[in-house]
Design a protein around this ligand. Structure first.
Ligand code: NAD
Length: 315
């Protein structure tokens, strides 16, 4: 039987790629409700959906910052039956906290964290009643490990992870599945928007040393990190589908094997100093080590691509 899927934030990036991938499933396993904050932005998705539009893919309006909007959308779905919900809508924020307003920070928390909470307040009771459902959350490796100048974004994703760790125990009792997908850098509008906002940022509220650190260390390396480590939205969609189709979906799934050594540092030291010292050294003490590690990663990436091509060729 066909499963209904509701995905948030489908006007671009990972949400769009996932909605289209699931709607295009050859066996038509999914009926996808691809939602977005405003329908003015639906053209890109309509184009990508092609012939699936109106069949296995339907576009609906849903703003994760409005309980009313979520209610309206969920109630418009036949029997309110959602088998799989993918909480994907989100936004980033970089820079020194002294240059950000509390309002900007609240918008990030409201979207990334309360957006998920609002969505589940509406959908979870139905899932519990039916004793079936899969809750999939696009979190981030920054839900496990903070990164310089991502204080508020990391906090919002940590909130998501803490919330889900608590909820997962209850979910198990109701035989519901809950999975956190944790991508590293992904090349989408997100990265472009965050970078552009970072470039435009008024740094006058920060001291010279902090402003210099942000501009000459963080911003300077930002693009390169995405170029070297970045995955595509389609890569993340593929990982999400694998998790969704798994017989026993994992609670956590990282999508980027090049990034796992970084998150592993956290589990390697119960005192928590190891990842912080490592990041510190990478960023401040050894600019050369930082570029050497990027080159090393480039090499790893080239080698894994090569062995992937070889494997494909031998099949
Ligand atoms: P994106 O900017 O292309 O997608 C985010 C989507 O969320 C956009 O379509 C945006 O319109 C939507 N959105 C924002 N506020 C909303 C609201 N109030 N209601 C409904 N939709 C709203 O970027 P993306 O990379 O595809 O991001 C998707 C998710 O992936 C986010 O949760 C993000 O935190 C996470 N993520 C991204 C990266 C990355 O590097 N791009 C890495 C790890 C995790």
């Amino acid at each position: 039987t066909q499963k209904t899927v509701l995905i948030t934030g489908c006007s671009s990036g990972i949400g769009l790629a996932l909605a289209v991938k699931m709607a295009r499933d050859e066996q038509k396993k999914f009926k996808v409700y691809a939602t977005m904050r405003t329908l003015d932005k639906k053209e890109k998705l309509e184009k990508a959906a092609g012939s699936t539009l109106g069949k296995t893919l339907e576009i609906k309006k849903l703003d994760v910052c409005s309980e009313e909007s979520i209610k309206l959308c969920v109630s418009s779905i036949p029997d309110r039956k959602i088998d799989i919900v993918v909480s994907n809508a989100g936004m980033g924020l970089i820079g020194p906290i002294e240059c950000q307003t509390i309002e900007e920070m609240k918008t990030v928390m409201d979207t990334n964290f309360f957006g998920l909470v609002r969505l589940l307040k509406e959908i979870l009771p139905d899932m519990k009643k039916r004793k079936s459902g899969h809750i999939v959350i696009i979190s981030s490796v920054m839900g496990i490990q903070g990164i310089l100048f991502n204080d508020i974004y990391a906090a919002s994703k940590f909130a998501v992870e803490g919330f889900c760790e608590s909820l997962a125990i209850q979910a198990l009792k109701f035989r519901l599945q809950l999975s956190l997908i944790e991508p590293g850098p992904v090349i989408t509008d997100f990265e472009r928007k965050v970078f552009e906002d970072g470039m435009k940022m008024d740094l006058s509220a920060a001291d010279e040393e902090t402003a210099d650190m942000f501009t000459n260390i963080y911003i300077k390396n930002y693009k390169q990190i995405f170029q070297v480590l970045g995955q595509s939205a389609e890569d993340i969609a593929e990982h999400a589908v694998t998790v969704i189709l798994a017989e026993n979906p994992p609670f956590r799934h990282q999508t980027n094997t090049l990034y796992t050594p970084v998150t592993t540092l956290k589990y390697a030291d119960p005192n928590g100093d190891l990842p912080i010292d490592t990041f510190y050294k990478m960023v401040f003490q050894h600019d050369k080590i930082f570029s050497a590690s990027l080159n090393f990663v480039k090499l790893l990436r080239w080698r894994s691509r090569k062995s992937f091509d070889l494997r494909k060729a031998s099949q």
